[in-house]
Design a protein around this ligand. Structure first.
Ligand code: GAR
Length: 217
């Protein structure tokens, strides 16, 4: 691996399609990253197999083996840090993080969330968009802070909600956008173009709008 690649640790809980988009970009030579490890809090998920298939160390740290959130997050941070990452990527990592953990990785941890944040933090975003009668929906990549789904936005992709849509069809179109915007955000970070500051996100030294760089599908 060339020294101009940044080291990335990816955290997952499930299917790992976003992880796959990063692996594909890396293997095509489009992303100057080395995925040093993939860590799942759930055993035997598809994302672990994707990592193994790509020759990436795939580890399980099962949260059920820990008494509390603090001790799990402490152990997780130890494990992550043993790979000395420049960036931690949460790719469908379905855990609420402790403040100590988020502070430790402040400015070097990204998350992807399937809504146009700050709308619909938390779970079941697609159904909540339908229930509210929204005509647009989307996905946000953001830096992680101690506020759940609340850190400053890097990129948002918007999609239109069509009359016949259900939660599954929305999830599918949102995920297509995820696989475009997450590699792009990681690429910017890897190229040293992206930085979190106290007042927001800088891309090429310019402050982005609060909703981040906008892509419309
Ligand atoms: C993605 O849709 C991601 O936006 C969502 O989990 C899915 C993981 O899919 N994340 C969250 O809801 C975080 N709050 P994947 O395992 O196929 O990448």
């Amino acid at each position: 691996m060339s020294s101009s690649r940044i080291r990335v640790v990816v955290l997952i809980s499930g299917s790992g399609s976003n992880l796959q988009a990063l692996i594909d970009g890396m293997q095509r030579g489009e992303l100057p990253i080395e995925i040093a490890a993939v860590i799942s809090n759930r055993p035997a998920v598809l994302g672990l197999m994707r990592a193994e298939h790509a020759g990436i160390p795939a580890l399980v740290l099962d949260h059920k083996q820990f008494d509390d959130r603090e001790s799990f997050d402490q152990k997780l941070a130890q494990l992550i840090d043993s790979y000395q990452p420049d960036l931690v990527v949460l790719a469908g990592f379905m855990r609420i993080l402790t403040t100590a953990f988020t502070r430790h990785y402040l400015g070097r941890m990204l998350n992807i969330h399937p809504s146009l944040l700050p709308k619909y933090q938390g779970l079941n975003t697609h159904q909540r968009v339908l229930d509210a009668g929204d005509i647009e929906h989307g996905v946000t990549v953001h830096f992680v802070t101690e506020e759940l789904d609340g850190g400053p936005a890097v990129i948002q992709a918007k999609i239109s909600v069509a009359p016949g849509d259900d939660a599954a069809s929305l999830a599918k179109r949102v995920q297509q956008q995820e696989h475009i915007i997450y590699p792009l955000a990681v690429k910017w970070f890897a190229e040293g173009r992206l930085r979190m500051r106290h007042d927001g996100v800088l891309l090429d030294n310019e402050l982005l709008s609060p909703s981040g760089y906008l892509i419309s599908a």
